[in-house]
Write a protein that binds this ligand. Structure first.
Ligand code: NAP
Length: 258
């Protein structure tokens, strides 16, 4: 395998300023892809990710858009494709993580979660499809979309209702898009387990210790576990509609404590 298998290809990663999105963008850059770093509010971090990607020898740019604003999405995707003249990979990573008790969830709360977590990945995919199709190379791995789902979309977490429903939607939209966009564009999803402490982890809570106890593989994941899976999907031309759990086996058990 070449040292830089994605040289000459371009990837757009949403929510790539920090955390998993940043790791995914740098993983793709490390494999040789030029990267478009989308961010919402984390401008300084996004510029830091751009600098770190450039240090890996690729081109990188940061673009901002509010993914809750449906009208902003075509412009974001078109600008991403124009930045380096093509678009080969879209990673729908950005998301909200809403925890709310039943009885308090308003229609606005529901929409806020679904708009960013489910509508935006779909609209990004739809806007990206013409660019991805143009970049699809019959002799190579072709173009693809990777959607970041969540265990909350396959288990029933009673305190993350709208989040879990949005992520269940991400799993299904992956499957329908895999058919709708075939044969030119592959569409797959990753279901991460416990990789980084969630934004709602209580202050002082021993998240890592509690997680290790319930996960069959007895450890929390690392961003590298997700990055490796993204790179596998990018380089796997016969894989579409797959929903890959990267969770140490956590999906095999119930939603303990959720
Ligand atoms: N971390 C984990 O262990 C884990 C586990 C399971 C699933 N996942 C999934 O993996 C993905 C990444 O996880 P993460 O924990 O790294 O995510 P995160 O830090 O919670 O969020 C990633 C980014 O999403 C962006 N975002 C949120 N709302 C936005 C909006 N309206 N417009 C534009 N950008 C918006 C934010 O960008 P700005 O900061 O620039 O505003 C944020 O930095 C998510 O889809 C998540 O559901 C993660």
């Amino acid at each position: 395998m070449p040292a830089r298998p994605l040289a000459g290809r371009t990837a757009l990663v949403t929510g790539a300023a920090v955390r998993l999105g940043r790791a995914i963008a740098l993983g793709l850059a490390g494999a040789g892809a030029d990267v478009v770093i989308h961010y919402g509010g984390s401008r300084d971090d996004a510029l830091g990710t751009v600098r770190d990607a450039e240090a890996l020898g690729v081109r990188a740019i940061a673009l901002s858009a509010d993914l809750a604003d449906a009208a902003a999405i075509p412009g974001l995707v078109d600008a991403a494709a124009a930045a380096f003249g093509r678009l080969d990979v879209l990673v729908n990573n950005a998301a909200r993580f809403d925890r709310q008790a039943i009885g308090s969830i308003t229609a606005a709360d529901w929409d806020a979660s679904l708009d960013v977590n489910l509508r935006a990945p779909f609209l990004c995919a739809q806007a990206a499809a013409p660019h991805l199709r143009a970049a699809s190379r019959p002799e190579g791995e072709g173009a693809l979309i990777v959607n970041m789902a969540d265990l909350s979309g396959v288990q029933a977490w009673s305190e993350h209702i709208q989040h879990g429903v949005s992520k269940a939607g991400v799993v299904h939209v992956t499957r329908v898009l895999a058919r709708a966009l075939a044969p030119d564009i592959r569409v797959n999803a990753i279901v991460p387990g416990a990789i980084l402490p969630p934004p709602d982890a209580a202050e002082g809570e021993d998240w890592g210790r509690l997680t290790k106890k319930r996960v069959p593989l007895q450890r929390v994941g690392e961003p590298a576990d997700v990055v490796r899976t993204v790179l596998y999907l990018v380089q796997s031309p016969f894989v579409t509609g797959a929903v890959l759990h990267v969770d140490g086996g956590e999906s095999l058990i119930g939603p303990i404590g959720r």
